[in-house]
Design a protein around this ligand. Structure first.
Ligand code: UDP
Length: 236
């Protein structure tokens, strides 16, 4: 039988991916579909850590006059809502999970403790990292890069909504936009392709963490990527 390509993955799910067809917030059917795919990874004995975004509720940079730090803390809190929604969906499918937050809120989740997170993974629990890095001016893509380095993940799976990889220009605006199958981080940084912020790309480049960028809408793509199907764009 074919084996999964990776033992330990960080799955980055943007907030956008959780809102389904809705303009804002959470779509429970979409969340259940994603949870089902995560369960699929667990059944393949892949250790899964999730970093969840918050853009379906709030992004710090979208505020106009608000103090940026306050706006960013609001964004981090949004990721906690998403983390709890994912935890709920996974546990309804009998997948054991732990949420760890980078800002302490002990009544609802564990604080982020690296060794503890690794232990959970070794025991087969899905760990959901919430509240980003805990610092303003960062993104959850950077959180994914940081946590992947810390827990020594084999790869970051960057699940996107509305796009299925990295293109040389915006495919929504340019019908001739070309998709890359592979790219190196130097190009990601130099060409300013907008796939992720430069802090996240630099962290992955310096620590040699590969990323696969792919679309989450197509059914079972998360499992397909882990099984080595060539979809999306590989960055390394
Ligand atoms: N954020 C932050 N520090 C972090 C991670 C996130 O300040 O380490 C804030 C920031 O305001 C960001 C928001 O949380 O806009 C939501 O995260 P992100 O935009 O990365 O979510 P996504 O686009 O993946 O849904």
């Amino acid at each position: 039988m074919k084996k999964p390509l990776y033992n330990r993955v960080v799955l980055k799910i943007s907030g956008e991916a959780l809102k389904g067809e809705k303009g804002f917030g959470l779509d429970e059917v979409t969340i259940l579909d994603i949870a089902q795919q995560i369960k699929g990874l667990q059944e393949l004995n892949v250790e899964v850590a999730i970093v969840v975004g918050g853009g379906n509720f709030w992004r710090g940079r979208s505020s106009k006059d608000m103090d940026r730090t306050t706006a960013d803390y609001m964004g981090m809190l949004a990721t906690v809502i998403n983390a709890l929604a994912l935890q709920d969906a996974l546990e309804r499918m009998d997948v054991l999970t732990r949420v760890q937050t980078a800002i302490e809120m002990r009544q609802i989740a564990e604080p982020y403790i690296r060794r503890r997170a690794v232990r959970h993974l070794e025991k087969g629990r899905v760990v959901i990292f919430a509240a980003g890095t805990g610092n303003p001016y960062f993104s959850t893509d950077t959180t994914a890069a940081l946590r992947a380095a810390e827990i020594e993940a084999d790869v970051i799976l960057l699940a996107k909504k509305g796009i299925d990889g990295v293109y040389d220009s915006d495919p929504m605006e340019n019908p001739n936009a070309q998709k890359f199958d592979k790219l190196n981080y130097k190009d990601v940084l130099n060409l300013e392709l907008g796939v992720m912020d430069s802090t996240a790309a630099s962290l992955c480049k310096d620590n040699k963490i590969p990323i696969i960028v792919f679309g989450i809408e197509e059914s079972n793509n998360i499992v397909k990527v882990v099984m080595g199907e060539k979809i999306g764009t590989q960055l390394n």
